[in-house]
Design a protein around this ligand. Sequence first.
Ligand SMILES: Nc1ncnc2c1ncn2[C@@H]1O[C@H](COP(=O)(O)OP(=O)(O)OP(=O)(O)O)[C@@H](O)[C@H]1O
Ligand SMILES: [Mg+2]
Length: 259
Amino acid sequence: MSIESTEDQELTPRLEEGSADLASPRVDEASRSKIDFLDRMSHELRTPLNSVLGFTNVLLKNKKFDSSPRELDYLQRIRLNGMHLLDLINDLLDLNRIERGEMTVNLKDLDLKPLIEETLDQLEYFGLNKNVEAHTVVPPNLDPIPADESRLRQVLRNLIGNAVKFTNEGSIILRVEAEGPTVRKIHVEDTGMGVAPELAKTIFLAFEQGDGAKTRAQQGSGLGLALSRALCEMMGMQLSMESVLGKGSTFTITLPPPS
Ligand SMILES: Nc1ncnc2c1ncn2[C@@H]1O[C@H](COP(=O)(O)OP(=O)(O)OP(=O)(O)O)[C@@H](O)[C@H]1O
Ligand SMILES: [Mg+2]
């Protein structure tokens, strides 16, 4: 995938012939109808789901709602599962947008520290196991980085969501690597189940879930890494992984060298 730059820093991915990643090169008629169908379907799913989430929130916020602790727990579960489903539908829509060549990113100077801290705050949402300790390591006084804030947030959420999902004990660390004030890399490290070497490439493909049996014990559809890698590439960044099976994984976002 290459990147086309215009004056206002809007970047549009160009799909290249022969590229083997999710942004497949030729969108022929059959795939276009499939893409259109998925697009319509995702929108159709999103509308009722937003209403389910909206009314659940109304009930959760209503202090006069006379619910037992158990009912409250059910409502919270409806909300959490609904939000996970919404994430999934949004991922599907984004992947479609990338396949159609309609996705753009908007690079602006971004202060990384608050975004990293905000990501850590979301660990609860992903259901962090009590046996797992999580923290950030961010050097002080960093220069801003060129990034699309919402897209980088989406990538970090995907990576941290995976780290939480596949780590039962130990730690999760969000580590920023810098040279002086210049950010070079962002690592999401975990001490979870790790990835077998032969799966290191396939897990970055859409709908691939690594070791089927182990992974399917967890929720997910295999979209997160494919989408995250594509989004990183659109921002001029690279997403890679190092892992030792049974010991843990480190997913690394490498920033482009400063110009
Ligand atoms: N931190 C991790 N530790 C171990 N395995 C991982 C980790 N992150 C990803 N994987 C493996 O890579 C596969 C693909 O990850 P990906 O995020 O694309 O999909 P998913 O998490 O299964 O589903 P989704 O992200 O769509 O909810 C996972 O199913 C898992 O096998
Ligand atoms: Mg995932």
